[in-house]
Design a protein around this ligand. Structure first.
Ligand SMILES: [Zn+2]
Length: 474
């Protein structure tokens, strides 16, 4: 019964790929190119020269000497100051912002390329720190189908649709926190986006995720039946370090781990989670990741599984639905981010929770109280949604939950811009409309500070100076 509603953040798969089947990176690029058409490949001569694909830098930045482009913003949200500025001009050279200032001080030369958003409110592109591009609107029963029936190739095709939906909805960057059984397919999607083969947000990808034996496996099968797992299962510090090294080798930008997974409701209405790892094992994961320059995202609800992750120095706690006072204090002191993912608990899983708790409580109620305490204490919060557990492209609904639970609209937007960029390690490149940063921006009607719901209806998206969507042009 527990497994029915316990599959929120799902695991990757344990199908073993022989080392010899892992193609060299350039071969993989070629395969991706063939998948999406050889003509696309021939139109992208820079592909073979791309050295690094892990950063937010798309392949060939246009030379800064190309003519600037101008965006006329009726209103512009300065996420740092919190001010909504009138009549601004954003000057873009190549893929980056050159200047931002009042229209009165930024004359636009005759014949210049201008994007007219004078009727709109412009703000930085949104960043979702908790997505699963390899899941498409799944539920618990469908999750098993992904692991047992769908090929990596089919799931990768679905992922290309998912990232397009996310980008069109205004999410110009995302941190994808494990493939849920699709091995390293997220690396290919990231690379294809970076090479300009398919549209999508800038991605940081976690590849397989890490848990331990019994911690995030398909449940209910007889012991003699070997079923795949959504995650890479490791036991002991040795295997933990080896998994991090392997994921780093195959292209992971961060490490995702499960501090705990299984839980049950107690008579007092609280939950009790089972820790997946010893502190020694968590330390091994975090330390090895640190040596590789990778941050660690830890799925954890409560108890030792949560505390071990905070103590070991993970960058973020995912969900954190029952944070105790000590955990909150430590997160504030250490600067650990909370990525709350409110929407998915609220609406996807409440029914199962109510059954499990005998109708007394649910993770939603526990989560709300925990989020409010963390917010009041000053825990750093980054926007994340678990998109994939519900349809990609709809995750801006999370803003409504954040504000309903007490966050100001401005702080909710900051969570999805400057805070999220910081958590991703891209604070210098994205998250604000400032000179030197990528021209990743969106536009909506009205005033987002008084009507946060406008973010569910993004009408304009630009990524790296290229218009992805413009509903203002009829
Ligand atoms: Zn998740």
């Amino acid at each position: 019964m527990q497994h029915v509603s316990d599959r929120l953040s799902y695991n990757p798969c344990a199908f073993k790929i022989p080392a010899g089947d892992i193609m060299p990176t350039l071969m993989q690029r070629g395969v991706v190119a063939l998948l999406f058409g050889a003509s696309t490949l021939s139109a992208q001569p820079a592909i073979a020269q791309t050295a690094s694909l892990t950063g937010p830098v798309p392949v060939a930045e246009q030379p800064a000497s190309s003519p600037p482009e101008y965006v006329r913003a009726g209103k512009l949200l300065d996420v740092r100051s919190g001010k909504l500025l009138d009549n601004q001009i954003i000057v873009i050279r190549g893929q980056r912002i050159d200047r931002v200032g009042p229209a009165s001080e930024q004359p636009i030369p005759a014949g210049a390329k201008v994007v007219d958003l004078s009727q709109a409110t412009v703000l930085p592109g949104l960043i979702d720190c908790h997505t699963h591009i390899m899941l498409a609107d799944t539920d618990n029963s469908h999750y098993e189908e992904y692991l047992l029936k769908d090929s990596y190739q089919y799931r990768t095709i679905l992922a290309t649709l998912n990232v397009k939906r996310d980008l069109d909805a205004g999410f110009t960057a995302m941190r994808d926190v494990e493939t849920e059984g699709a091995m390293y397919s997220d690396v290919d999607v990231r690379n294809a986006i970076n090479q300009g083969l398919i549209p999508g947000p800038r991605l940081k990808v976690a590849t397989r995720g890490i848990s331990s034996t019994g911690g995030y496996e398909l449940e209910g099968y007889a012991p003699q039946v070997k079923v795949p797992s959504g995650v890479q299962l490791v036991d002991g510090p040795y295997e933990a370090r080896k998994a991090v090294r392997e994921q780093f080798n195959y292209g992971a930008d961060l490490i995702k781990m499960y501090g705990n997974d299984r839980y049950r409701f107690l008579p007092n209405g609280k939950i009790l989670s089972v820790a997946n790892f010893s502190f020694e094992e968590v330390q091994a994961i975090v330390d090895e990741a640190r040596l590789k320059g990778l941050k660690v995202a830890c799925h954890a609800y409560d108890g030792p599984g949560l505390h071990y992750c905070i103590d070991a120095g993970v960058a973020s706690i995912e969900h954190g639905i029952q944070l105790d006072d000590e955990a909150i204090h430590k997160m504030v002191v250490k600067g650990t981010y909370l990525v709350p993912t409110l929407q998915v608990y609220c609406c996807a899983l409440e029914k199962g929770d109510l059954i499990m708790s005998g109708g007394k409580t649910s993770r939603v109620a526990i989560h709300e109280a925990s989020f409010k305490k963390a917010l009041a204490a000053g825990v750093k919060i980054a926007f994340g949604t678990d998109a994939g557990s519900f349809p990609h492209g709809t995750q801006a609904i999370e803003f409504g939950w954040m504000t309903r639970y007490g966050m100001s609209p401005l702080d909710a937007i900051r969570a999805a811009t400057i805070n999220a960029a910081d958590l991703l390690g891209w604070a210098d490149d994205i998250g604000a409309l400032e000179p030197g940063k990528y021209a990743d921006l969106i536009a909506v009607d009205g005033n987002v500070l008084s009507d946060i719901k406008q973010l569910e209806h993004v009408k304009f998206v630009m990524k790296g100076g290229e218009v992805v969507r413009n509903d203002y042009v009829k």
